[in-house]
Design a protein around this ligand. Structure first.
Ligand SMILES: [Zn+2]
Length: 172
C-alpha cells in the first residue's frame, strides 16, 4: 500500500506510476528529463538533420570547395600589363600590374599570386608570393591586380614579370 501513495505522473502518458520508476510500466518511456529521445521522432529528426548539415558543411568547405581551388589555376588567367619600381622609405619596391580574367561561374577571393621578375635577358631575378585578401574576382569578369613587394635586386634588373595564380578560394 505504501507504494501507491508515492506516485508520480509519467512524463509521456501521464499514468500514475511509482515515484521511483525510471521507466513507465505503461508506455515504457524513460522518466528522467531529456532521456526520451527514442520516444520523440521530432527531436531525433532534428538531431539527425543537424548532424547531416554539419557534416555536409564540412564536406562542402573542405572537399568540394578545396577541390575547386585547383580550378582557380585553370579558370583564372592573369595578363601582365606593366612592371614598375619605386623608392619609398629607403626601400625599393617593385610592382607587377595587370588583369585577371575569370572564365568560370565561380567567384574567387584570397587570390595567391606568384610573380617571377625577369631581366631583359629573361633571367629570373626575384620572386614574390603574396595572397591578395582584398581582391574579389566575380564570375565571368576581369579585375585589375597589383602584386607589390620589396625588391631584392637593383631597379634596372626588373624588366618583365610573369604571374601565376597558385591558389584561390572559389565559391558560388
Ligand atoms: Zn507512460
Amino acid at each position: 500500500m505504501e507504494k501507491v501513495q508515492h506516485t508520480k505522473e509519467c512524463i509521456m502518458c501521464f499514468s500514475a506510476i511509482d515515484s521511483r520508476a525510471k521507466k513507465c510500466p505503461q508506455c515504457t518511456s524513460l522518466q528522467a528529463k531529456y532521456s526520451n529521445l527514442e520516444n520523440n521522432p521530432i527531436i531525433i529528426g532534428a538531431l539527425a538533420l543537424s548532424i547531416v548539415g554539419i557534416f555536409g558543411f564540412i564536406f562542402y568547405q573542405n572537399i568540394y570547395v578545396a577541390g575547386l581551388e585547383d580550378q582557380a589555376q585553370k579558370n583564372l588567367i592573369a595578363n601582365v600589363s606593366q612592371i614598375n619600381t619605386k623608392n619609398e622609405n629607403d626601400a625599393l619596391y617593385v610592382a607587377c600590374i595587370g588583369q585577371v580574367k575569370n572564365e568560370s561561374d565561380f567567384t574567387f577571393k584570397n587570390i595567391k599570386f606568384k610573380v617571377d621578375f625577369l631581366t631583359d635577358q629573361n633571367t629570373l631575378v626575384d620572386t614574390l608570393s603574396i595572397t591578395d585578401e582584398d581582391l574579389i574576382i566575380l564570375p565571368n569578369d576581369s579585375t585589375n591586380f597589383r602584386v607589390r613587394g620589396i625588391a631584392q635586386k637593383q631597379a634596372a634588373s626588373y624588366n618583365n614579370c610573369q604571374v601565376t595564380i597558385t591558389d584561390a578560394w572559389a565559391y558560388k
